[in-house]
Ligand binder design. Structure first.
Ligand code: NAD
Length: 348
């Protein structure tokens, strides 16, 4: 039985990846390693917690002795590394936390894999899950490809760029078999409501204002999280060693248009008069270093591995909103306590 370590599996994307691997690969034993920070929540993987091929391990990827001992105990065959500090706004107020987890933590994992596998890399693979934000900002034209030079602008994207470089360096220097993906903005169930879509769904439910940065013209590419999990599965199993793949939804939206679409769907779902939720839109002071536009050219993963998104944005968004509306207890649980005071500091 192959032993697969997935880090950050109690977070948003990680929980979908863990669920997919536990369900689709009964001949793998999946170890979900997560420190359960504010963003980690075991509710996200509750449905698979009793599966015989699943083990949750609470631990911090920056704890070198602990990670070394974990690798020595279990002899993992593969690592899918998703654990990270992931919120750009938080990286502006506490950049060091991002260096610690995203750079140092990734180094600890790389080292543990290298030391454990000792140059005998047959059947082994280290997969680093990263973001398109490492490429910086686009103007109104063009797309990020796998050869676009890195040009990160926020402490978050700089920390992810740095960890990507270390992954490549371990491949070149020590021969560590790695794959790396850079993906656009995800949305879907279990997304922590500090991020735009779940934040606004929750605020619309509670008739709270919808804070839109600057003039709302920032443009992002959006991908349904379950389609990202399918891409991750494909790259882990079929991607070529030492290769990078861009993953995106072919689905660009200006923030303000996305917010208006959300408002329209929510008005319909909640039986409110059309235009009601749009009255909640409030333009707020821009985020420093805000990138104008991200857009991904995902043709390499499409041509080489046959991946493409399975749902349109409208379908994915509808599924997502339905999920939040029928999981309001989950929403209430994650928006109480520490999150409530963070929200006040950030937006009020
Ligand atoms: P998330 O914030 O929802 O989850 C991160 C998880 O990592 C949490 O469960 C948290 O408890 C855990 N974690 C944080 N620090 C840890 C530590 N020191 N040790 C162990 N666990 C720790 O993030 P997400 O949105 O699911 O993103 C997952 C990965 O995908 C990240 O690496 C992120 O950079 C990347 N990514 C995210 C997006 C997106 O749109 N969300 C897009 C592209 C790439």
């Amino acid at each position: 039985m192959k032993k697969i370590l997935i880090t950050g599996g109690a977070g948003f994307i990680g929980s979908h990846v863990v669920r997919r691997f536990v369900t689709n690969y009964p001949h793998y034993h999946v170890f979900n390693l997560d420190a359960l920070t504010y963003a980690g929540n075991l509710e996200n993987v509750k449905d698979i917690e009793k599966a015989p091929n699943y083990t949750f391990v609470k631990g911090d990827i920056t704890d070198e002795a602990f990670i070394g001992a974990l690798f020595a105990q279990y002899h993992f065959d593969g690592v899918l590394h998703l654990a990270a500090e992931s919120h750009v706004d938080r990286s502006i107020t506490d950049p060091l936390a991002f260096v610690k987890t995203n750079v140092f933590g990734t180094m600890i994992l790389l080292n543990a894999a290298k030391n454990q596998w000792k140059g005998s890399f047959e059947g082994k693979r280290f997969y680093h899950i990263s973001t398109d934000e490492v490429y910086g900002s686009l103007g109104t034209e063009g797309l990020f490809t796998e050869t676009t030079p890195y040009d990160p602008n926020s402490p978050y994207s700089a920390s992810k760029a740095s960890s990507d470089h270390f992954v490549r360096a371990y491949g070149e220097t020590y021969g560590l078999p790695y794959v790396l993906t850079n993906c656009s903005n995800n949305y879907g169930p279990y997304h922590f409501p500090e991020k735009l879509i779940p934040l606004f769904v929750n605020n619309i439910i509670h008739n709270k204002s919808l804070p839109v940065y600057g003039d709302g013209n920032y443009t992002r590419d959006w991908l349904f999280v379950k389609d990202h999990a399918v891409a991750i599965d494909l790259v882990f199993h079929k991607g070529k060693n030492h290769e990078t793949y861009n993953i995106g939804g072919f689905n660009e939206w200006k923030n303000i248009d996305l917010v208006k679409l959300l408002c329209r769907i929510m008005d319909e779902k909640l039986g409110r008069p059309e235009g009601n939720s749009q009255e909640l839109i409030t333009y707020v002071k821009d985020r420093p270093g805000h990138d104008l536009r991200y857009a991904i050219d995902a043709s390499k993963i499409n041509k080489e591995l046959g991946w493409k998104p399975s749902v349109t944005f409208e379908e994915g968004l509808e599924q997502t909103i339905d999920w939040y509306l029928s999981n309001q207890e989950w929403l209430n649980n994650v928006t109480s306590g520490a999150y409530a005071s963070y929200y006040e500091q950030q937006y009020l």
